[in-house]
Unconditional design. Structure first.
Lengths: 587, 314
């Protein structure tokens, strides 16, 4: 075997054993109270690989030191130096490869681990809330909580059990309750934008096309706006007769058509969510009805522009949540590099604050739970306060109207104070991209889950959005220390192995294998040194972030690490070779 | 002899390097308590920490020099004496300010308090679930409070706030809220110190100045003798690499043992035993004498064990 291959092989072997150990430790630490069982393997994998990354420098040091320390090649100082020089290639190769792995895979693993823990916490909380709500008879709430659980871990045994209990409770409740659910109230038509004659012309056009629904609705609107317009009344009557003839004399069919008209009216009057609820109910009664299918699709398309469905939010929960959301939105056009102090200066004018219990992200959108949005004037006067149980941020709009797609089609509406003076009440125009929101919020609560590029971008962005940047700066400085740690460990391991290698005792005499029994003890004995080095490195990152809470923290920490690496190399490289006894020298 | 002096000189340089690094690390940890730490503050803390870190650095240098003496010097007795001398040289540096009072004035005193500051405006700071954000444009100002500990709704907005820079609070809506600038915390450097049976050497060393010179010398002598007693670690196994790694844990064991000799329990035991010795020895010196004796015994045992190798002079 080429001389540089042995150190490489030994280092890889030690690292593989270490990785297996971390997997075993993660499996042993697993607890269903902390992590949902269906996510167990993903959590164990993330946990084991993160532990492996954290301890990689120690494993690298040990692997290379063991390989060279047991080489038995040459007894002279010069031979020792040549041996150390040969180990530089594998040390550098391994350090480069593992640095790339740690920097690229580390954030993704951290994000995965955090998401799993957050999703599991949400699952457990929702399951508990569902149980409590069922026992309290609040079945709607219980159902919503179960839907959250199902979005995270649909095959979980505890969920199946609770769902069974819920269905039994629901059946009992339905048997006890005979009155049908109240029909949603139609919204007032916003007819002021069209004149009666325009409506009438539309009604005529629709009638000619055979669309008696549209004809009847527009004719009714026209006659309501202008009671003198008798043609409109006539057209309304004839179109209704046409509709009624389709429904026949059956009162149930007539009621069905009346509901269709109601839904149509809601759709045309700008309440697509209300229309969707009506048509959804009608579709449940007669899914083959062509009008219902058409207007259900149309109202759904319109509703998606003004509102969103709760199941979208529930699906996003599977990716985990960021809790305690707070964003101070900078003035329009402000650059991300501006500091928070500058954003809060008088000239910044209006303050715009967004707070929420949690945020989850999926498919180019951000979903907020229990959102509150405040606008305050330069003098501190409160201009608007909006509260919404659920909100969705996508395409420059914060949608505040949330609908349950299935079942009761419950609508979660926002409450406004001050706004909107004009425009729709179902959304807020906000110049904030979900990706940017994620970076800023993650920089505040779990910066280690951001990839390197995102972390770099997040530092000035977080400052502009009112977040304390020091935790993110510290994390960035810490992660840039990984390559230093790996290179230092590799080179120091090679040097220590060469300097403290055992004497061969002459040609043909190999390293006594029984000494390998000491390896676990050696690893344990060296632990304090690695722990101390890690603590000093963490202190360095913290100090750099406290002194320079931006990107410069990473540069400062890097410079100091380089100086420390040189100092450590000087100490170890300068140490004289120390070799143990050769067998023939024992007396 | 040349090798002997060479090892001694190299150990002194290593001591300086270790002492400098330890002082800088200690300075960084201490200055992190400030809201806005700077290089000057770090240096002030580092210089102030130098004297108390001296025995720690000296012990580390002794442990490093053990391997050099073992390898470079054929006579183990000469090596042991070298380590002893090294310890005396290095630790006597700590007594120099006492002998030369002018030197004491050169060392700066560490700041004992920091100027506290309010959290910056425009930054939302979460304190255990209560998030506070404020701005102060000109005369007025307003604040936003988000109490994540309470059920929804949680956000409240207060205009006409009052900042109290002395108390580090913000008064808004009739209530006062803590608004001190948050400090970054780092992991403690040596949390295991809490598990030591007695005060570690860097805590006790500062108190030596108050003791009579002979007592100080006796305490330091015990410390050095115990450190040199750990020389057996260089030949604990037949694999030098293993011995080097064992020395890492051995160093911690030495610190723990040294702290144990300064434990209150041992001091009480010494105080109880002293009357029987007829008051020949001050209570303070009993643990020091025991520590030195243990070091001597370990050293003697190390010297008495048969040599299994002839040191290479590579």
């Amino acid at each position: 075997m080429a001389s540089w291959k042995k150190p490489l092989g030994a280092a890889l072997l030690v690292e593989a054993i270490g990785l297996a150990g971390f997997f075993a430790a993660a499996a042993a630490r697993f607890s269903a109270n902390e992590v949902v069982p269906s996510l167990a393997f993903a959590w164990e994998r993330a946990e084991a690989l993160l532990g492996f990354i954290r301890w990689l420098p120690a494993l690298q040091f040990l692997g290379l030191a063991l390989a060279l320390g047991s080489s038995g090649e040459g007894d002279s100082e010069a031979e020792g130096e040549a041996l150390a020089a040969k180990a530089v290639v594998p040390a550098v190769l391994l350090s480069a490869a593992f640095s790339a792995f740690a920097l690229l895979a580390g954030p993704a693993l951290e994000a995965s681990r955090s998401s799993i823990l957050a999703a599991s916490a949400t699952f457990n909380a929702s399951l508990g809330a569902a149980r409590a709500s069922r026992e309290a008879g609040e079945l709607d709430k219980a159902k919503a909580e179960l839907a959250v659980c199902a979005a995270i871990a649909p095959k979980d045994g505890r969920l199946a059990e609770e769902t069974g209990l819920f269905e039994t409770a629901l059946l009992k409740a339905r048997q006890a309750e005979k009155a049908p659910p109240p029909a949603p109230e139609p919204a007032a038509p916003g007819a002021d934008r069209k004149t009666a004659s325009e409506y009438y012309r539309k009604a005529l056009a629709y009638s000619a096309k055979g669309d008696q629904f549209s004809a009847h609705w527009y004719a009714q609107q026209a006659s309501r706006l202008d009671p003198s317009l008798t043609e409109a009344k006539r057209l309304a009557a004839t179109s209704w007769e046409a509709l009624a003839s389709r429904g026949g004399e059956d009162p149930e069919a007539a009621e069905f058509y009346a509901r269709k008209l109601e839904g149509y009216g809601l759709l045309r009057s700008g309440d697509p969510v209300g229309a969707y609820i009506v048509f959804k109910a009608l579709a449940a009664r007669n899914p083959e009805d062509a009008d219902v299918r058409r207007y259900l699709a149309e109202s759904l398309a319109e509703a998606e522009k003004a509102a969103f469905f709760r199941d979208e939010y529930e699906r996003a929960l599977a990716g985990g949540e960021l809790r305690r959301v707070f964003l101070s939105l900078p003035a329009a056009g402000a650059k991300p590099g501006r500091s928070a102090s500058a954003a809060a200066a008088p000239e910044a004018g209006k303050a715009r604050i967004l707070a929420a219990a949690s945020a989850s992200f999926a498919e180019g959108a951000a979903y907020f739970r229990e959102l509150e949005y405040l606008e305050a004037g330069p003098g501190g006067a409160s201009l608007a306060l909006v509260r919404a149980p659920y909100a969705k941020l996508a395409e420059g709009r914060l949608l505040l109207l949330c609908v349950e797609r299935e079942g009761s089609s419950r609508v979660y509406r926002p409450s406004w104070s001050g706004l909107p003076a004009q425009g729709p009440s179902s959304y807020l125009p906000i110049d904030l991209k979900p990706e940017l929101a994620y970076r800023v919020l993650a920089a505040r609560s779990r910066p280690a889950s951001l990839d390197l590029v995102s972390a770099w971008r997040a530092l000035p962005e977080a400052a502009a959005y009112g977040a304390d940047t020091r935790p993110a700066a510290r994390d960035f400085a810490e992660r840039t220390g990984t390559p230093f740690a790996l290179f230092a460990a590799g080179l120091l391991g090679a040097l220590a192995g060469a300097r403290f290698r055992r004497r061969s005792g002459g040609p043909g005499k190999s390293f006594p294998r029984r000494l390998y029994a000491l390896v676990p003890l050696m690893a344990a004995a060296g632990l304090p040194a690695y722990l101390a080095a890690r603590r000093v490195d963490a202190l360095l990152s913290a100090w750099a972030a406290a002194a320079l809470p931006d990107r410069r923290a990473a540069w400062l920490a890097g410079l100091v690490r380089a100086a420390l690496l040189v100092a450590a190399l000087l100490v170890v490289a300068g140490a004289r070779a120390d070799r143990g006894p050769a067998p023939d020298e024992e007396r | 002899m040349k090798s002997w002096f060479g090892v001694l000189g190299r150990a002194c340089l290593e001591f300086l390097l270790i002492l400098s690094l330890a002082a800088l690390v200690s300075g960084a940890a201490s200055s992190l308590a400030a809201t806005n730490p700077r290089g000057g503050l770090l240096l002030a803390f580092a210089l102030a920490a130098l004297p108390r870190l001296l025995p720690l650095a000296a012990a580390a240098a002794i442990f490093l020099a053990m391997f050099s003496f073992e390898h470079r010097v054929a006579s183990r007795a000469a090596g042991w004496l070298g380590l002893l001398l090294l310890g005396i040289i290095l630790l006597s540096a700590g007594l120099a300010p006492r002998l030369l009072p002018g030197l004491q004035r050169l060392l700066p005193e560490a700041p004992t308090s920091f100027e506290a500051a309010l959290q910056p405006p425009g930054v939302g700071v979460d304190r255990d679930g209560l998030l506070l954000w404020y701005r102060q444009p000109g005369d007025g100002g307003d604040a936003v409070l988000v109490d994540f500990r309470e059920p929804y709704p949680r956000l409240s907005h207060q205009a006409g706030i009052l900042l109290d820079a002395a108390k580090l609070t913000i008064r808004a809506g009739g209530s006062s809220y803590g608004a001190a600038a948050a400090r970054l915390r780092a992991e403690p450097l040596f949390p295991e110190a809490a598990l030591l049976p007695g005060p570690p050497i860097w805590e006790r060393y500062a108190e030596l100045g108050a003791l009579p010179l002979p007592a100080s010398l006796a305490l330091l002598g015990g410390f050095v003798l115990l450190a040199t007693g750990f020389r057996f670690l260089t030949r604990l196994s037949r694999w030098p690499l293993a011995n080097a790694l064992f020395a890492v844990s051995g160093f911690l064991a030495f610190l723990a043992l040294d702290a144990a000799f300064a434990s209150p329990a041992l001091a009480a035991l010494a105080a109880a035993l002293l009357p029987r010795s007829g008051g020949a020895m001050p209570a303070l010196l009993v643990p020091a004498a025991a520590e030195g004796l243990l070091g001597l015994l370990l050293g003697a045992a190390d010297l008495a064990i048969r040599t299994r190798e002839r040191p290479s002079r590579g």
